[in-house]
Design a protein around this ligand. Structure first.
Ligand SMILES: CC1CCN(C(=N)N)CC1
Ligand SMILES: CC1CCN(C(=N)N)CC1
Length: 325
């Protein structure tokens, strides 16, 4: 069967309503991780704040996973940890009848203050699931065998709500060719080759990091440091600001189009220069949506790129595809 969940966009994430044991929480769908974890009634009331908190004692289908635990840290230093059980998880019509659900007994301050998400739903590969003693399947891996097509799609928008669909590719959601590249899931990510980039329509070979991951859980587009440097060399008045944590420039600056290759063959996915500014940081200074990855070997293609396209994550043949929309 096919389903759809409409995530509510927020400045840093896309949230979708998920039913767990009959309780609905708004979870942040994250293709860069593989844990499904939720705020729970085990947290202190000050940590829970305005969040929805899952209460296993009120679910008639909850099953404990005695002795199991989990602990996760995210790229931005945030993190959470806790205990584990199994329950019925339903998203827009698709149901995983015995899905591992990670109960948070500790969450870092950025999650407490991030009023919008009541937890995360990892859509990466379960080899990076953090449950001990045994990693458990993601929601997508749980429902994969039942889906008409072994895929999920992400249609992220900037100000309107985006949509995740499981089990079908809605061909009315995109135009032209779906550009597909093989994925190497050995690091647990939707990872593919990316060795070229473009600035203002001119293509260059990337001598640094040669792969990238499609990551709905990251807001920015984090490219090889040399590529970020080359890009901002073409933005008048830009500078790398330690206080801002990356490249900033006058909001009045002319920003060129920027593109990154998807796969080793050819397609360069392009972001119009007018869509590259991520935030105003005050005094007429803007923070760029394109930033360096800090020297890691992997580039992280987050929402700044993904929201320009319709994205197809194929768990059957392990591939990633994008198309114009
Ligand atoms: C490689 C990193 C990318 C950002 N992360 C994430 N979306 N959960 C963490 C892993
Ligand atoms: C994967 C990301 C989800 C959003 N995050 C957060 N609210 N602290 C960071 C990690």
């Amino acid at each position: 069967g096919e389903v759809s969940a409409t995530p509510e966009p927020n400045e840093s994430e896309y949230l979708s309503p998920v039913s767990i044991g009959g309780q609905t929480l708004n979870l942040d769908f994250d293709t860069g991780s593989a844990d499904l974890w939720v705020f729970s009634t085990s947290l202190s009331s000050s940590s829970i704040g305005q969040h929805a908190a899952f209460d296993p004692s009120k679910s008639s289908t909850w099953e404990d996973y005695p002795g199991a635990s989990w602990q996760i840290m995210y790229g931005d230093g945030s993190g959470a940890s806790g205990t584990v059980g199994f329950d019925v998880v339903e998203i827009g019509g698709a149901t995983a009848s015995r899905q591992a659900v990670e109960i948070a007994t500790k969450v870092s301050s950025s999650f407490v203050s991030d009023e919008n998400n009541d937890g995360l739903l990892g859509l990466g590969f379960s080899k990076i699931n953090t449950i001990e003693p045994q990693p458990q399947k993601t929601f997508f891996e749980s429902i994969l065998p039942k889906l008409d097509q072994p895929v999920f799609t992400a249609d992220l928008e900037d100000d309107a709500a985006g949509t995740y669909e499981f089990g079908r590719i809605d061909t009315t959601k995109y135009t032209g060719t779906l550009h597909v590249t093989p994925v190497d899931s050995s690091n647990g990510f939707w990872e593919f080759a990316s060795t070229a980039y473009s600035i203002g329509g001119t293509t260059y070979q990337n001598s640094g990091a040669s792969t990238a991951i499609a990551d709905t859980g990251t807001s920015l587009l984090l490219v090889d440091d040399n590529v970020a440097q080359a890009f901002y060399a073409q933005v008048q008045g830009s500078q790398l600001s330690r206080t801002a944590g990356g490249y900033v420039y006058p909001c009045s600056a002319q920003v060129p189009d920027f593109g990154v290759q998807i796969g080793s063959s050819g397609f360069i996915a392009t972001i119009p220069g007018s869509d590259i500014t991520f935030a105003e940081v005050g005094q007429g200074t803007c923070f760029g949506g394109v930033q360096g990855n800090g020297g890691g070997g992997i580039q992280i293609f987050g929402d700044v790129l993904l929201k320009q396209y319709f994205a197809v994550f194929n768990g059957g043949n392990e591939s990633f595809g994008i198309a114009a929309k």
